[in-house]
Every structure is written in structure tokens, then in C-alpha cells.
Design a binder for this molecule. Structure first.
Ligand code: GTP
Length: 228
């Protein structure tokens, strides 16, 4: 396979602590899920998405920490990013509010033009919590609805809004990462003739990929991926 038919893409994943970033990445890269929370400092993962037999996207995913202690070093990870995935937990309204107040300003400072995807994590817990009887002792978390997530995605100018569960839906996770890879690769500016062909292929593929995903989602009666 010629080196030219590989597109390299760097995706940076940010969002509040504990919102589910590492789990999303681990589900995609290793198809595993860990219930135990281990805070991340920085981590990188590499994987290849085979768009077709001849076109491949070599994805490097940068996992970052949501901790304020990393606010001064996290910006280093945005360098040469092709797309930024901003995550929040659908069981934590504050993590969505922080998308607007903290994450968008930071991302736009270091990545003024790169596409952003907004990803709501832990949807299995939303379903679980909704079906639980209200307890008189413990206060229940304020859940984020699909429409609230979508509205925020539009507000921040995100390219895509998606919801995932790293615990129970590997399909939703691979949809999100593959749309991210296609979107980021499709916006790269390498003007070699070989790459132009590849890029237009990727763009077409991105759109058909999305409509396939939508058909599939409609079939399953689950809303998990909206393209703006
Ligand atoms: N039920 C459920 N739990 C999840 C899901 N995703 C993550 N978790 C749990 O939430 C906790 C935090 O997940 P992480 O993926 O480590 O969160 P993070 O955003 O990387 O956190 P930081 O490293 O602090 O920035 C862990 O205990 C995970 O098992 C999910 O989709 N469903």
C-alpha cells in the first residue's frame, strides 16, 4: 500500500473530569470498559480506520485531563489538531454548562478553525436513572436531555452532536470516532493530486457514512448522532 493513501488525523478529546473521555477512547481502541475511575494526565492512542481497502485513516487520539491543575499544560495537546471532541456526561448538567463557559473558549483560543464535535457520554446511566424511583433521601442528579445537548452543540457551532455509552454501546462509540476521523481527514489541506482525490472520496464517504448511520439509528429508534 502506498504511503500516500494513508491520511493522518489528530483528534484531541477534552471535557470535565470524570465525564467519560478515557472510557470512550478505550472502548474504540481496545473494545474494553473499566468501571474503576483512574484520572488521566495525558495519554495518546493510535489506531487505523479502514475507510476502504485502499484508503485508511491513521488516527492519533489525544486523551487529556479535565482537571484544572492541567489548565496550563493541556494547551500543548491542541497543537496541529485536526478536530476537537468536547465531551460531557449526560448525568451531569454542570459538565454541559462547562462546555460553554470553559471548554469552548479554551478550544477556540488554540484551535480557532478546527471542527468541533460535542459528545454526550454515559447515556446508559441516563436511562437507568430515569427508570429509578425517586429517593426521598438522596438528591438525584440533573440529567441532560438529548435536546439540551443538541441545542448546546448548535450554540457552540459544533459540526456534530452525538451521544454514546462506552459501557453498553460499542456501536455508538465507533460511529462517533469514525465520523470524527472522516470529518477531520476531510478537512486536511494537502494539495497533492493524490490527496485531492482521496479527500473528495473521504467527503463523499463522510456523507454516506452519516446517512447510513442515520438509517441505522432510525431503525433502532435511538437518536445518537446529529450532523448540523
Ligand atoms: N455507566 C457508565 N459509566 C461510564 C461510562 N463512561 C465512563 N464511565 C465511568 O465514569 C468514570 C470516569 O470515566 P473516565 O472515562 O475515566 O472519565 P474521564 O473523562 O477520562 O476523566 P478524567 O481522566 O478525570 O478527565 C469511570 O468510573 C467509568 O467507568 C459510560 O458510558 N457508562
Amino acid at each position: 500500500m502506498k504511503e500516500d493513501s494513508i491520511v493522518r488525523s489528530k483528534i484531541v478529546v477534552v471535557g470535565d473530569c470524570n465525564c467519560g473521555k478515557t472510557s470512550l477512547i478505550q472502548r474504540y481502541v481496545k473494545d474494553s470498559f473499566n468501571e474503576v475511575y483512574t484520572p488521566t494526565g495525558f495519554d495518546t492512542f493510535s489506531t487505523t480506520y479502514n475507510v476502504s481497502e485502499t484508503y485508511k485513516i491513521q488516527i492519533t487520539i489525544w486523551d487529556t485531563s479535565g482537571d484544572a491543575g492541567y489548565d496550563r499544560v493541556r494547551p500543548l495537546s491542541y497543537s496541529e489538531a485536526d478536530l476537537v471532541m468536547v465531551c460531557f456526561s449526560v448525568t451531569d448538567m454542570e459538565s454541559l454548562e462547562n462546555v460553554v463557559s470553559k471548554w469552548l473558549p479554551e478550544v477556540r483560543e488554540y484551535c480557532p478553525k478546527q471542527p468541533i464535535m460535542l459528545v454526550g457520554c454515559k447515556t446508559d446511566l441516563r436511562n437507568e436513572l430515569k427508570s429509578k424511583p425517586v429517593s426521598s433521601t438522596s438528591s438525584s442528579p440533573q440529567l441532560v436531555s438529548y435536546d439540551q445537548g443538541l441545542k448546546t452543540a448548535k450554540h457552540i457551532g459544533a459540526l456534530v452532536y452525538s451521544e454514546t455509552s462506552a459501557k453498553t454501546s460499542a456501536k455508538s462509540v465507533s460511529d462517533v470516532l469514525e465520523v470524527a476521523a472522516l470529518s477531520s481527514a476531510g478537512t486536511k489541506s494537502n494539495d497533492s493530486p493524490q490527496f485531492r482525490k482521496q479527500r473528495s472520496f473521504i467527503r463523499r464517504k463522510r456523507f454516506s457514512g452519516v446517512s447510513d448511520a442515520k438509517t441505522q439509528l432510525r431503525k433502532e429508534a435511538v437518536k445518537s448522532c446529529s450532523i448540523m
